[in-house]
Design a protein around this ligand. Sequence first.
Ligand code: ADP
Ligand code: MG
Length: 696
Amino acid sequence: MLDGLFRPRGIGVIGASNNPYSIGYIVIRNLQEHGYKGPIFPINPKGGHIRCFKAFKSILDVDDPIDLVNISVAAKLIPQVIEDCGKKGVKFCIVHSAGFKEVGPEGIKREQEMVALAHEYGMRIFGPNSQGAQNADPEISSYANFTFVPMRPGNISIVAQGGGMGEMLKLHLYKVGIGHRLYCSYGNESDLTMPEILEYYGQDPGTRVIMMQTESFKDPAAFVRVAAQITPHKPILAIKAGRTREGSVAVASHTGTLVDQVAMARAMYRKAGVVQYYNTDDMIRAAIALGCQEPPPGRRIGMITNTGGPGIQAVDESVDRGLTLATWSPAGKQRLKESLYAEASLGNPVDVVATANADHYFAAVDTLLREESVDMVLVFFVTAPFTDTAAIARRLKEAIAASNKPTVIVIETFEKYQALIDDLRGAGIPVYEFAEDGARALAAMANYGEIRRRQWDAPPDVAAELVTARARVAQILAPHLGTGRYLSQAEAFDVLAAYGIPAPRLQQVASAADLDSATAAVGFPCVLKVDSAEVVHKSDEGGVALGLADRKALDAAFAAMRDRFAGTAATFVVQEQRPKGRELIVGVKACPGLGSLVMFGLGGVFVEVMRDVAFALAPLGRAEARAMMREIKGFPLLEGVRGEAPVDLAALEDVLVRVARLGADFPAIAEMDLNPVFAYPAGTAPVAVDVRLKVG
Ligand code: ADP
Ligand code: MG
């Protein structure tokens, strides 16, 4: 429970001083000016007064309970301070001071010692190198933070790793008159972790929306676990700092090179139902909308405007963001026709024309909100000087209040009409400046609505069906653990077989003497491949002979390949030749601290050039696997284009579920590429014709 941090019964400020540029002074001023409801205790060895408060020489001199302290003394003084706080019974220490982990080994040690000492007293450290924590709940009003944005109560809570980003989010909410609820920027995360804070936000009744920013995840798995508990009832919107690729790791597999911080974050957010943003303003707009209204039941948007151009902008943006344009029922259309000017246009958007009055606007909004085919409404409204804008605003509020479908208003105006905007916002209606902004906000709400409605089945335990699967894979991997080696083809295909991942028949051949038994087992046509840990791309090195129709062809290919790889430790495999299918790539990569990511994409140039791949965190249920396949841009190719038969998507889903289970069960599988997997029309199971598996 973090009540001591966000609802403290008393706050001590250690390092308090009368220097107006010191953190200690600013924290006291913030607490005082924002009307903190508890007592404030400045601590300064010299005593005296700080602002209007008596300063105590030691925290141990204070009789009243203190739950929280803000500490801004030099790092070397911290141990003594922590000791005193512990004795006093403080619950949380916000450490603003720098000079810890970020300065190297000595700082790391200092940080660890500080946390250990705090834990001896059952105390928790927030930070160090942190900004602070705030609660704008009027019953608490704690601004235990040294920053400057005035605090105004709202229902959006913010948790940010970086102070500058946290402040940016808070600042913008303040500027649009929305305010926030809980706020913190946690810095080094030496003790109290981001998932703990998130969990608290999730349970806070006054928090309706959570906005977060992270630079790196200390415990990614904990984040996913906690966030997944929250998102079915409260939206979490997130920005992950840094979009550059970890290009330096020379990994040989596609999955290896394509999995980076960005992909990891995406997969984590997806799994947990967190809505990801790349732009701060996009995220803030969405948070504002979700802070006011419930998400829509579907993706169909209805629009109303009193001017043409911005209406078109809204249409384009809506369609770009995956919304669909609603159409009206005959009755709805009739009502519009009867209520609006004759020159109004009754399509989507409904153009009520610039001279439209309050009754026209009311009729249009009310009609659309009552349409079964409309899930959400965007109202565009230029404050035409020849209309009674106040009356229009009044009737808009009336119509919107009568519906539980989300409605946003975009107002084209200037500061003279600020009171009008404030009035609409005050009524819980999101108001934006640009038509596109309104469309984006609604699309964001629709996205969250989908997350809330999604019903992902639990990942099935496919390995349990095959009783021996886990033991068999463990046995194959055992001699390779910790080596960073690639398994032989034969071993890697055995791993697939254990998990029921279909592959062509395969037989190992060490010498020509093995060809008899191999052909008996595999049949014709067949493929001969080199099997060597050193050969990464077999076909590039002449290590794949396709289309061997008979024994004569196989013998010749074998002789040639044996000569080519003479003097190496290479052996060979004979594999059943499968008819060409749609080529796909399925991969796995272990991400320490998180779990295993599964990758899915169309093979070849789609992966190498377009990077058109989707990632998901293993294990996967069927619905999640289905959603993942639909995430790639090339998905329509799998559904069949130009008269082609669609591939068997259900069978592919099954392969993804099995591969994900394998990855989740064996984090020792550092990387695995099934490249290609051939997918076929319904009735024929997909097959992995090539597998490369690296053990970590
Ligand atoms: P590598 O990727 O190491 O070059 P592969 O085993 O993937 O080697 O073989 C190269 C290509 O040959 C594959 O992309 C596929 O198109 C084709 N191929 C490989 N094995 C088979 C097979 N058993 N049946 C049909 N085509 C195959
Ligand atoms: Mg291959």
